[in-house]
Design a binder for this molecule. Structure first.
Ligand code: SAM
Length: 206
């Protein structure tokens, strides 16, 4: 996946995103929001915030910053924030999650929902998630990861040939990407998606 292909894919998806991916991806968003255990005043970064579909789920007493590379997806997120009058969203910024402009340790919790298999360099993304999270903070990832089932694995490889067109790579391997996740906190959301909770301060540099 190249960043221009990602932007082109989400330029196409933006108008229909909520209808096509709203309900179907909701279990993972709900799982993360529950696991975050947010406290009043917590600073949260959501990378790949997309149309901001998860924003109404956050408690009103935390501070949220969202970033995305797709201008069209962000436009929808801004419209949603205005429509729903969400006072807890500090900023929605056009920014590459693989190379963020935030100083180290800027956030208490960092969230990436359905983004790891979309970015060109997933390992770089994860490094950045940890960098901008405070040393004892937490990083939450929801994603589809390569299946251990040989039949599904074959289907994923076939689908992988079209990753630029469909806008995600179905072959991202959790264990090689996040070694600590092997013994860390990995929870299956459903047949397709897993949630990974990583404590910061444990080295996840690849
Ligand atoms: C599958 S959507 C997920 C959106 C949202 N998190 C959700 O739960 O529906 C992936 C999002 O990641 C964004 N994205 C992809 N690569 C990115 C990057 N390098 N930096 C920031 N956002 C990126 C896309 O533009 C898209 O909005």
């Amino acid at each position: 996946m190249q960043i221009e292909a990602v932007k082109a894919a989400y330029r196409r998806y933006a108008r229909i995103y909520d209808v096509v991916f709203g309900a179907v991806l909701q279990p993972g968003r709900n799982a993360v929001l529950q696991a975050l255990k947010l406290k009043p005043g917590d600073r949260v970064l959501e990378v790949g915030v997309g149309t901001g579909i998860s924003l109404p789920l956050y408690p009103r007493d935390v501070r949220i910053t969202g970033i995305d590379v797709s201008r069209e997806m962000l436009e929808r997120a801004r419209a949603r924030v205005a429509r729903a009058k969400l006072p807890n969203v500090d900023a929605l910024l056009e920014m590459d999650a693989e190379n963020m402009a935030f100083p180290d340790a800027s956030f208490d919790k960092v969230v990436a929902m359905y983004v790891v298999s979309v970015v060109p360099r997933p390992a770089k993304l994860i490094e950045e998630l940890h960098r901008v999270c405070r040393p004892d903070g937490e990083v939450f990832i929801v994603n589809h990861f390569q299946s251990e089932n040989p039949v599904i694995g074959t289907l994923e490889r076939a689908l992988g040939a079209f990753s630029a067109q469909i806008g995600f790579d179905p072959q991202v391997d959790l264990r090689s990407l996040v070694p600590a996740a092997q013994n860390g906190d990995v929870r299956r959301v459903n047949l397709f998606w897993k949630m990974v909770r990583l404590r910061n301060g444990v080295s996840h540099k690849l």
